[in-house]
Design a protein around this ligand. Structure first.
Ligand code: GTP
Ligand code: MG
Length: 191
C-alpha cells in the first residue's frame, strides 16, 4: 500500500465525536502498552503520528487517523491498566464496546497481543467478544523482535491454543516484520 497522506483527524471521547462520513475503518485493540500506537506508526512509516509511550495508559480516547483520504485507522485505548483514573476507566469499556458494536464503518478489528506473554483474561474476553461479533478480525502478536525465532514459534503456538485461534500474525514495529502481510489483510478489508 502506498501511503501518500496520513493525518490525525480527531480524538473522540463520546459517540457524537465520531467522524460522520462512511469511509471504512480499521480498529486496533489490545491491552495497555502492548504496542498499538507503535504498530500504527510502523504501518504508516511515520514516527509520532499515533502517540506512543513507555507509560501504559497513554491513549485514553478513540483516535482517528485518515489515510490517503480513503480509509481510517482507529487507535483505541488500551485496557487493563489499573492506574488510569477511575472515571476514565469506567468509560473505557463503554467507549470501546459501543464503538465495536455500533460502528457500521468498521471493516476489520485487529487484536494485538504481546508475543512474549501469556494472554491475559482480558485478551481472552476481547478475543471471544470479537469472535461472537461475527465481524472480520485479525490476531497479531507484536514485539516479536524481543524473542528468538524458536521462542517466537513456541509462544505463537501457545497463544494460539489459549485463544483458540490458529492464525496469528507475528509483528514487530521495530523491524517491520509482518508489515506486508498486515497491509495485505487491511487492503482486502477495505476493498
Ligand atoms: P497505550 O496507548 O498505553 O494503550 O499503549 P500502546 O498499546 O499504544 O503501546 P505503545 O505503542 O505506546 O508502545 C508501548 C511501548 O512498547 C513503547 O515503549 C514502545 O516503544 C514499545 N514497543 C511497541 N511495539 C514494539 C515492538 O514491536 N518492538 C519493541 N522492541 N518495542 C515495541
Ligand atoms: Mg497507544
Amino acid at each position: 500500500m502506498k501511503v501518500s497522506t496520513a493525518e490525525f483527524v480527531k480524538s473522540a471521547f463520546k459517540e457524537s465525536d465520531w467522524p460522520l462520513d462512511l469511509k471504512p475503518e480499521i480498529a486496533f485493540l489490545g491491552r495497555s502498552n502492548v504496542g498499538k500506537s507503535s504498530l500504527i506508526n510502523s504501518l504508516l512509516s511515520v514516527r509520532g503520528l499515533a502517540r506512543t509511550s513507555s507509560t501504559p495508559g497513554r491513549t485514553q480516547s478513540l483516535n482517528f487517523f485518515s489515510i490517503n483520504d480513503r480509509f481510517r485507522f482507529v487507535d483505541l485505548p488500551g485496557f487493563g491498566y489499573a492506574r488510569v483514573p477511575q472515571d476514565i476507566r469506567s468509560t473505557w469499556g463503554e467507549m470501546v464496546t459501543s464503538y465495536l458494536a455500533k460502528r457500521r464503518q468498521l471493516v476489520l478489528s485487529i487484536q494485538i497481543v504481546d508475543s512474549r506473554h501469556e494472554p491475559t483474561k482480558q485478551d481472552l474476553q476481547l478475543h471471544e467478544w470479537l469472535e461472537h461479533s461475527n465481524k472480520p478480525r485479525l490476531l497479531v502478536a507484536t514485539k516479536s523482535d524481543k524473542l528468538s525465532n524458536n521462542e517466537l514459534r513456541k509462544n505463537l503456538e501457545h497463544i494460539g491454543s489459549v485463544l483458540e485461534d490458529d492464525s496469528i500474525l507475528a509483528y514487530s514495529a521495530k523491524t517491520g516484520r509482518g508489515r506486508d502481510e498486515l497491509w495485505r489483510a487491511i487492503k482486502s478489508a477495505i476493498s
